[in-house]
Design a protein around this ligand. Structure first.
Ligand code: HPA
Length: 272
């Protein structure tokens, strides 16, 4: 079980290696190169942070970066932890609480996701307006950590309305016509969903499905951070097209749109 002391120890190890930050970014599958945007960048490998889990998913490096972006101090997780890797949810969300202790008040969560909304296409960037926890699990299960927040946190504005507006405005400003808004639904993975599950997701109001982001969103809301979520739609979800899904397609599309993705995040962080 993750204790408050363990979180404090990790935060101190990171602070002494690379310093604190005001904005935190979690980089999803295929989006790890965004760390190149940081100036005066420093990193520490996850394996050198005592007690920190190591990411095992392909395309997830396992480095904690800190640097400057438009005059703001930003930390980036190059390599996310997923429930399907076998880690408990309190461990995969520990980095968000570490960020909180390091001074982060605004969190940007990114991911690769499957498009459920049939007006989307691979390469669409979706600003999250809300999310659905379809996993049956919750990272806040267990004794409440009062140091971070209340037992029953509100989730009405899981993604901060002002950050949604800001990101949408920046998309217009940079002329990114691939940017849309929608609801993200979390499936545990690691297998992709079945076509029947995707039909269910659509009935539930989901525009995209993925295997991450929701646990981090819950923990960030619990500790009072403002959250912005952006999905890179790398494929149409199972059963929409008459073809099988493959992880290489996810990485390929994420690579194809990473320049626009980077422009969008850059402009949004600059405007924050
Ligand atoms: N389903 C779940 N996670 C994903 C997908 C998908 O279709 N694409 C990228 N991540």
């Amino acid at each position: 079980m993750v204790t408050y002391e363990k979180i404090v120890n990790c935060a101190e190890a990171i602070r002494s290696a690379v310093g604190g930050a005001e904005i935190g970014v979690v980089l999803g599958s295929g989006l790890g190169d965004y760390v190149e945007a940081l100036e005066d960048a420093r990193y520490i490998d996850y394996k050198d942070i005592p007690g920190f889990p190591v990411s095992t998913a392909p395309g997830h490096e396992g480095r904690w970066w800190t640097g400057k972006l438009h005059g703001k101090t930003v930390c980036m997780m190059q390599g996310r932890l997923h429930a399907y890797e076998g880690y408990d949810l309190d461990l995969i969300t520990m980095p968000i609480r570490i960020m909180k202790l390091l001074g982060v008040e605004t969190l940007i969560l990114t991911n690769a996701a499957g498009g459920v909304n049939e007006t989307f296409k691979p390469g669409t960037l979706m600003i999250l307006t809300d999310c659905i926890n379809f996993s049956g699990k919750n990272p806040l299960t267990g004794p409440n950590m009062d140091e971070f927040g209340p037992r029953f946190p509100d989730m009405t504005y899981a993604y901060a309305p002002e950050l949604i507006d800001l990101c949408e405005k920046q998309a217009e400003k940079i002329g990114a016509d691939c940017v849309r808004k929608g609801v993200y639904m979390w499936f545990n993975g690691p297998c992709y969903e079945t076509p029947a599950e995707i039909r269910l997701a659509r009935v539930c109001g989901a525009d995209a499905v993925g295997m991450s982001t929701v646990p981090e969103t819950i923990i960030a809301n619990h500790c009072g951070m403002k959250v912005l979520g952006v999905s890179c739609i790398t494929n149409m979800a199972a059963g929409i097209l008459n073809q099988k899904l493959d992880h290489s397609e996810v990485v390929e599309v994420a690579n194809r749109v990473k320049a626009t993705f980077r422009q969008l995040l850059d402009a949004t962080i600059e405007a924050m």
